[in-house]
Design a protein around this ligand. Structure first.
Ligand code: GRF
Length: 215
């Protein structure tokens, strides 16, 4: 078996959620925090979109928010350098991408290796990219689902932490399939964050092992 290249920390984690849109996954994570199901503080909600509804929600809930305007930076690299600084200043342990519609630079991925996770609405490595619910329908697969994975420099290709499967029905539209998948997203994303800060995630090669809870 491959050597262990990463073991997640057992601690109260400081999490940053990155979003560009409605933020329902952010809300699911926040709800799990509120219920006491996961041992984290949401220390930052970050967006590249000033009008992201998820950002407005975070403000309403009194969470720390930050918007950085991509237009004010000369390049993606400069933008992500500013992001790295913000994350370091706030001592962020884990970044949860939740509908963040900006591809991260290799520099950011490397600076936060095994400290950035993403949720994707398909069973990776099938259907990376965008509009994947429609692609799953068009391909004719019988099952789709969602994937929580570590973020590596190659888009949608980091080691897989959790997946959930949903059936694709004959009369599904992009919307109905997306809605069925979303229910599972809201279940497995907080679950992955919980396992992470219980120190139960171990990476060997490209495989992620979920460890038994410590006694
Ligand atoms: C979700 O479908 C997620 O899988 C994808 O982007 C969408 C974000 O939705 N990465 P929301 O903003 O969390 O509601």
């Amino acid at each position: 078996m491959d050597d262990v290249i990463f073991r997640s920390p057992r601690k109260r984690g400081r999490v940053a959620v990155f979003l560009s849109g409605r933020g329902s996954n952010f809300m699911a994570i926040r709800e799990a925090v509120r219920r006491g199901d996961i041992n984290v503080d949401i220390a930052l909600v970050f967006s590249n979109r000033v009008d992201a509804p998820g950002l407005a929600k975070a403000r309403e809930w009194g969470l720390k928010t930050l918007f950085l305007n991509p237009k004010l930076f000369a390049s993606r690299e400069e933008y992500d350098r500013a992001v790295i600084q913000e994350l370091e200043q706030r001592q962020i342990d884990l970044v949860c991408l939740a509908g963040y519609m900006k591809v991260l630079t290799p520099e950011l991925c490397d600076a936060f290796q095994h400290r950035i996770v993403n949720i994707h609405p398909a069973l990776l490595p099938s259907f990376p990219g965008l509009h994947v619910q429609q692609k799953a329908i068009d391909w004719g697969v019988r099952f789709s689902g969602c994937t929580v994975h570590f973020v590596a420099a190659e888009v949608d290709l980091g080691p897989i932490i959790l997946q959930a499967v949903v059936p694709v029905l004959q009369d599904d539209t992009e919307e109905t399939l997306a809605a069925r998948i979303l229910v599972e997203e809201h279940r497995i994303y907080p679950e992955a964050v919980r396992l992470y800060f219980e120190g139960r995630i171990e990476v060997r090669g490209r495989r992620v092992f979920i460890l038994e809870p410590e006694a």
